[in-house]
Write a protein that binds this ligand. Structure first.
Ligand code: PLP
Length: 408
């Protein structure tokens, strides 16, 4: 089939909720993707911070194939051979107490919210508990997750959402303090805000929120769906702050491309929250999904990939900072590890994404006209050089194509 036919078939038959870049991806290898015309793209998007191992990692694929030959699905009515092991690995690398597996990030958030509400309910039997979430946050598209997502544009048409959510300003402890009431049961935030524009939490803020939560027996939910699994140079971003959440959510990188999410609880929360009958999922924690999780954790550990991220980050930052210096309309760089944003001013991020795709580089956007770079964790120094070269050409292309004064 021709490239245009794949696109037509999709546009005709799939609900139009995405304006897609006009390329049809067919296969991947390492940090490269290939389209139906055989063109090679350097991938600094990783399927939105998902494909941490890159593509066609043979160890990962062999593990999945082996599991597919044995058993794909059983439901949660029985034990399976893969779930305990995956959970044990997550508990071991996080120091949390236990895990619940979901199929996506938004479901992990739903479960985390329910666990927090149940914890507060068991404490005082009230049913009017409140949650504090952050402005510019993103936690997913289902109704509960949308209720704690600090973006009016995403929320407005779907109101009423769940009641009792107050929004505070990220990295502003006073703002969190003034949102607290005696009904607050949880504070939820991303350790590094992703979709909202790549804002890392400041250390003062995160330590301060943890302390506030401790003082009032409020649960701290850290959403590590995008920044977790090694991306920031720590297995979980909070490990770089000396704080620990009561509940943590994971997805994206967790399955290396296989759809799986999880929320993990500390002992205090696990002992006094969800029990049989409170929560469940048909698919969640399937043998195949859990085998993917175990394999990803093993490969991250065996190949020392978290350390690799930490070692290569200064070089990535240096190459991006060169672009900030060189181009007037690249205002600044923000980020942590392999989760970086270039703040643009004077050109639209969509123009850069389009130009980059033409120059065989895949990058994505974040809110606030930010160019987001979230590559597979396996990129090398040479890949960073190649990215910098392609991005420089792309930025030049955009500059040439447009008179800067015409930007509004
Ligand atoms: C992507 C994302 C989600 C939602 O995950 P889905 O798998 O798309 O439901 C939630 N929180 C954060 C921080 C994310 O980046």
């Amino acid at each position: 089939m021709k490239t245009s036919e794949y696109m037509d078939k999709t546009e005709t038959n799939v609900l139009h909720t995405y304006n897609r870049v006009p390329i049809v991806l067919e296969r991947g290898k390492g940090v490269h993707l290939y389209d139906t015309d055989g063109k090679e793209y350097l991938d600094f998007a990783a399927g939105i911070a998902v494909s941490v191992l890159g593509y066609k990692n043979q160890v990962f694929i062999d593990a999945l194939k082996d599991q597919m030959d044995k058993l794909i699905h059983t439901s949660n009515l029985y034990f399976n051979t893969a779930m305990g092991e995956a959970a044990e690995k997550l508990v071991s690398i996080s120091g949390m107490d236990c895990a619940f597996f979901t199929n996506s990030g938004t479901e992990a958030i739903e479960g985390a919210i329910k666990a927090a509400k149940k914890y507060a309910y068991l404490r005082d039997k009230n049913t009017d508990h409140e949650i504090i979430a952050m402005n510019h946050s993103f936690h997913g598209r289902s109704m509960g997750s949308l209720s704690v997502t600090g973006n009016d544009y995403y929320r407005e048409p779907f109101k009423p959402l769940i009641a009792g959510v107050h929004f505070a300003d990220f990295n502003d402890l006073d703002s969190v303090r003034s949102a607290m009431t005696d009904k607050t049961c949880a504070v939820i935030l991303e350790t590094v805000q992703g979709e909202g524009g790549i804002y890392p939490a400041s250390e003062d803020f995160l330590v301060g929120v943890r302390k506030l939560c401790d003082e009032h027996d409020i649960l701290l939910i850290l959403d590590e769906i995008q920044c977790g699994m090694g991306r920031t140079g720590y297995m979980f971003a909070w490990q770089g702050y000396g704080v620990k959440p009561d509940i943590m959510t994971l997805a994206k990188g967790l399955g290396g491309g296989f759809p799986v999410g999880a929320f993990l609880l500390n002992q205090k929360t696990a002992k006094s929250s969800l029990v049989p009958g409170d929560h469940g999922t048909t698919y969640g924690g399937s043998p195949l999904a859990c085998r993917a999780v175990s394999s990803v954790v093993d490969i991250l550990n065996n190949e020392n990939l978290v350390n690799h991220v930490r070692e290569l980050t200064p070089y990535l930052e240096e190459r991006l900072d060169e672009l900030v210096d060189e181009f007037d309309f690249v205002d600044k760089r923000r980020g942590k590890g392999f989760m970086q944003g270039l703040v643009l001013d004077g050109i639209y991020v969509e123009q850069v994404i389009e130009a980059a795709a033409k120059n065989r580089l895949l990058v994505i956007s974040a809110a606030g006209n930010v160019l987001r770079l979230v590559p597979p964790l396996v990129i090398t120094k040479e890949d960073i050089d190649d990215m910098a070269k392609k991005l420089k050409v792309s930025l030049t292309d955009v500059m040439k194509a447009q008179d800067k004064d015409s930007f509004t």
